[in-house]
Design a protein around this ligand. Sequence first.
Ligand SMILES: [Zn+2]
Length: 360
Amino acid sequence: MTEALLPDWMVSGNQFRYNPLTGEKVQVSTERLLRAWGGEVSAIPKEKIDEYVSDCPFCPGNKRKSGETAPTKLEEYPYAFANDTAALKPRNDGDALDGYSDPTGIYRAEPAYGTCEVIIHHPRHDLTLATIERAHAVKVFRLWAERYRELGAKPYINYVNIFENFLFGSSMRHPHNQLWASSAVSPIQEKILSNIAGYQKQYGKHLIQTIAEEEIKQEDRVVFQNDDFIGIVPFWAVWPFEMMIMPKTPKNSLLDLNERELEHFTEAYVTAIEKLNALFGGDCPYSAGLYQAPTDGGDYAGVMYLMFRPPVLRDIRTMKWMVGYELMAMSQRDLTPEAAAFLLRNPGGWEEFKEKFIHQ
Ligand SMILES: [Zn+2]
């Protein structure tokens, strides 16, 4: 390990860290992890999940709100459908096109169009992307690529965001994820693109590729890697066990991956889930989101990466809440990203972690 690269005060002391992708700061305050927790603790997760649940609309043979029936054969999975209660609707002829702006420049709006899809991974209710057969998981990500291509090709779709909420902000346990294709590029994505361009201008280098190369060199924040992808806890992570999965050579979207790379992407995604589950001794909740090039016809170079954001504070029953100072002023975390990566690599290493990474 190369912890010596960081000055002493950065190993366990309070500090602010800077995120070059979003331009934001995060406050790291390491003693806070030891504080007593009197807040909300969620229920103990169910040990045994049924393979089939009669009131799950995604289980084989069951009906959705729309009246459609979920397929029963494994070969019909994965599949995508427009969300029955979609947050965005497709643009039709005659729909409003012009934005609104009043003379003060304060009150501005534009009509929002798009499509929200649900992607169902597997007929079995109890499985996850980490437990379904690997070749089947690859099919899920191939479908992500196909939906990105098809929806992104529509002239009014400028941005496609694909994400998975697992036991976190998700109403269904059945293995699935969502995709929102929108007429507007997200503000977070806009900030990232602008910072990638700014870095290129200032340093003459590709920001994401440089991060991947530096992380491989520095090692401290690497959780896992394979030939084509690397999983790290970012230097500027906000959520305690946040992970970023980057291609080792820049890609714009899943469409840029060959078969081997798609398999390695799948392996990386599954490994991130397995690392979290090993550390927390059970199914860890997370929200994962894939950043890909906008589909607005712009010129992009290697902007793809994936974020894993588990909302856990210190165990799978104690959630992190973004409230107070964090909601109003600045994100804050209770352990250094190097410490989180250490724990993800060494799921039994809590004692060593306390000695090494907590400011005494
Ligand atoms: Zn189900």
